[in-house]
Design a protein around this ligand. Structure first.
Ligand code: NAD
Length: 339
């Protein structure tokens, strides 16, 4: 008997709808060829475009729909930058559902230009605090303060997640911080990682200041296996790593908690490409594969990853970011057909 999985699907803003519909096409293809896979897609609204109608970018009905689902596939959204405007939907959902681990695989793909061949590492970013706490004040005109909240509890939790991942991989973990300047906050983070390291003696551990890590990602990206870091550093380093391994159009991310997961591309809503059917949908397609893997559908997940690899290796369908003129739809169709 097929066990149905309820998937909350949020299309988002900008290029969000185009890439998310492409991922849905691929999920439908994999469902057709996978015995016992039954996905029930529940569409919800969220993002910048909701603000005018609902007064919020995350309507209550969407939160209720997410609560009824087993996982969420989320398109990118536009976040307004004026003080007092609704905060990022991604940040709100990460905190609301305690999705404390942001997992961003950084892999080179066949026939895709990358800085070096055969790269394979993962950035694990703390996802609930740090400079994303959203606590900011203007103390006096022209004098602003943002609170970088780092707790031992959240640092221990993300370190444990990262060490467990490293144990399943090449058993090497690099923790990234700026402890020479942020002595208290990153002191707490460093101490937590060192405490967790004692429970995982098979993992080789080293550390880097974030500026040195940014350099090392360009100079010797092949030396990394698992990188664990705080929220903003992880955000910045994972865009850099995406470019090192082939570009934002390919980079997928998972937001994982103890009882729920939300899956999205690393990239944002790229407003200037909205509606042009030209961006690469592979990032969110790979995010949908991570979602199936998280739901225990490993066979279906690997069918998607294999189809993506095959389409890229053949090199016949390439979107603009990969150097040719295939459309978002062409890429989705090629991957779905391969499945
Ligand atoms: P972005 O990631 O949207 O785009 C940066 C550039 O990356 C684009 O101009 C484009 O050249 C390239 N790019 C992105 N996605 C691509 C794809 N699928 N295929 C090919 N090329 C691609 O970053 P931004 O311009 O800084 O942000 C735009 C908006 O997205 C902002 O409002 C930001 O807040 C939001 N954002 C949302 C999320 C999220 O929803 N999780 C994440 C990042 C940014």
């Amino acid at each position: 008997m097929k066990m149905q999985k309820n998937i909350a699907v949020i299309l988002g803003d900008g290029i969000g709808p185009e890439v998310t519909e492409a991922a849905v096409k691929v999920l439908e293809a994999v469902q057709e060829v996978t015995a016992n896979l039954k996905l029930n897609l529940l569409y919800g609204e969220a993002g910048y475009h909701c603000i005018a109608e609902h007064g919020t970018n995350l309507p209550e009905e969407t939160i209720a729909l997410i609560k009824r689902s087993d996982a969420c596939l989320k398109g990118p959204m536009t976040t307004p930058e004026t003080p007092g405007a609704p905060v990022s939907v991604a940040v709100t959902l990460r905190r609301m559902f305690n999705l404390y681990a942001n997992v961003r695989p950084c892999r080179s793909f066949p026939s895709v230009e990358a800085l070096k061949p055969n790269l394979d590492f993962v950035i694990v970013r703390e996802n609930t605090e740090g400079l994303y706490s959203g606590v900011e004040y203007e103390l006096a005109p022209g004098v602003g303060v943002a609170l970088r909240i780092i707790t031992r509890e959240a640092s221990l939790r993300i370190a444990e997640f990262a060490f467990k991942l490293a144990e399943k991989r090449r058993k090497h973990l690099t923790y990234v911080h700026k402890g020479n300047i942020l002595r208290i906050t990153d002191g707490i983070f460093k101490d937590a990682v060192k405490a967790v390291a004692k429970k995982h003696p098979s993992v080789e551990v080293d550390d880097l200041h974030v500026d040195a890590a940014a350099m090392q990602l360009i100079k010797k990206p092949e030396t990394f296996d698992v990188i664990v870091t705080t929220n903003l550093f992880g955000d910045i380093l994972s865009d850099e790593a995406a470019q090192v391994t082939g570009g934002l159009g390919l980079a997928a991310g998972a937001n994982i908690g103890d009882s729920y997961g939300m899956f999205e591309p690393v990239h944002g809503s790229a407003p200037k490409y909205t509606g042009q059917n030209r961006v690469n949908p592979i990032a969110i397609i790979m995010a949908s594969a991570m979602m199936l893997d998280h739901l225990g559908e490993k066979n279906a997940a690997s069918k998607i990853a294999k189809a993506v690899t095959e389409v890229l290796s053949e090199g016949r369908v390439k979107t603009a970011d990969l150097g040719d003129s295939a459309t978002t739809t062409d890429m989705a169709n090629a991957i779905a057909a391969k499945i």
